[in-house]
Design a protein around this ligand. Structure first.
Ligand code: PLP
Length: 399
């Protein structure tokens, strides 16, 4: 058969970071030692009481279909939990459980965006936004970040505002941001909220890293005036409870939109895994000790990694208070080593040090006028002694 794929598939993107993992594997297979800073995954175990709750739920027969929007106990518990951390007023009907946080992106876009509508999204950013906007026939309009006085990145609000047109339907905001690790200030969030209200935009607040923070308190766009009625929160159990492979998350937002998203659940997966929802419920009901322990491990890794990356000649590495990503600016090192292309630089680092990293290019198309160069290191999938070994080699490489 002469197979012709559907036309829309040509617009579907992917996570090109998987190619970095494949290259690291290949390097390892040829005898090289790899320090995996490219992984966005976690190498920490899921807390024991969550594992036990899953086993009990299986033994208790929670293995059949369950309601498409999720088991009521979990929807209820999550609404209460989010109200406490966000200062919102959600009820069970504001929550639709999902098989991971990621599906919320496509379901939000399908629910609010018509073909030809424009959606603003962060670039650099999680590559699935651009992919899904274009796949469903929308126009993906990037907004970006600018280096401040100390080289730290902040939201390019002017560009964001200038990108709004009568066709703009929604804006995607990933405060506590992958890949940069940056956090929007209260003033920036307030401005974003005012823009959304003024231009009547829907908002996807991707809060995948809301609970991965080492100091201070996360703020949600959904808690600003006029925002709860237009915002869908992407919630995930992946990071906070080290449950990336269990696949559980939720869409939290206005009841009318959550009803639509639940209808998409019926059409897509019927329901999220029944017994995993009981395990997640145990996660929410536990003492916070287990997630605190996860955070403590991550904090120690961050402190060491930032200290060592700051010692790499030609690197400038800010110290984010949230996420498990570091996004050092590496323009000077790249220039000194004679590289213009990100992929050549990353390959040189891999071959000479074993350190495997993603670059800015893995997080959306590089924008015109972008001069500074960045790479991304994740410390969620690498132990502290390996961080030390890998970054010792990187410091030597930079000299
Ligand atoms: N949003 C962002 C910014 C992410 O980095 C990720 C995962 O890395 C997700 C959403 C989705 O995570 P999950 O589907 O595991 O909940």
């Amino acid at each position: 058969m002469n197979f012709q794929q559907a036309e829309r598939i040509n617009r579907l993107g992917t996570e090109t970071a998987f190619a970095v993992a494949a290259r690291a594997q290949q390097f390892m297979a040829s005898g090289g030692e790899v320090f995996p800073f490219h992984l966005g995954d976690m190498n920490l175990p899921t807390p024991e009481h969550i594992v036990q709750a899953a086993q009990k739920a299986i033994a208790d027969g929670k293995t059949g279909y369950c309601p498409s929007a999720g088991i009521p106990e979990l929807r209820h518990a999550l609404a209460r939990e989010i109200n406490q951390s966000h200062g919102t007023h959600y009820e069970m009907e504001n929550v639709a459980i999902q098989p991971g946080g990621k599906p919320v992106i496509a379901k939000f876009i399908q629910s609010v965006m018509n073909e030809g509508d424009e959606v603003l999204y962060p670039n650099p950013g999680y590559p699935i936004y651009e992919s899904q906007i274009e796949y469903f026939g929308g126009v993906a309009r990037p907004y970006s970040f600018l280096p401040g006085a100390n080289g730290e990145l902040y939201l390019d609000m002017e560009r964001l505002e200038a990108s709004i047109t009568p066709k703009t339907k929604a804006v995607i905001v990933n405060d506590l941001h992958n890949p940069t690790g940056i956090e929007h200030s209260a003033g920036e969030l307030e401005k974003l909220a005012r823009l959304a209200v003024k231009h009547n935009l829907f908002v996807l607040a991707d809060e995948a890293y809301f609970d991965i923070r080492y100091q201070g308190k996360s703020r949600s766009l959904a808690s600003f005036p006029g925002m709860a009625e237009r915002t869908v929160i992407l919630y995930t159990f992946s990071k906070r409870f080290a449950m990336t492979g269990w696949r559980l998350g939720a869409a939290v937002g206005p009841k009318s939109l959550i009803e639509i998203i639940s209808k998409l659940n019926v059409n897509n997966e019927s329901c999220s895994c029944h017994f995993i929802q009981h395990a997640a419920l145990a996660g929410l009901q536990q003492e916070p000790a287990a997630s605190q322990q996860i955070l403590e491990v991550l904090r120690r890794r961050r402190d060491l990694a930032v200290e060592m990356l700051s010692a790499v000649p030609g690197f400038f590495c800010p110290r984010p208070e949230a996420t498990f990503y570091l996004f050092p600016e590496v323009s000077e090192c790249m220039r000194r080593k004679g590289f213009e292309q990100y992929k050549d630089f990353a390959e040189d680092i891999l071959v000479k040090t074993g350190v495997s990293v993603c670059t800015r290019e893995h997080f959306g198309r590089v924008l015109p006028g972008e001069e500074k160069k960045y790479i991304r290191l994740a410390y969620s999938g690498i132990d502290i002694d390996r961080i030390e070994q890998g970054l010792t080699a990187l410091i030597a490489y930079g000299k």
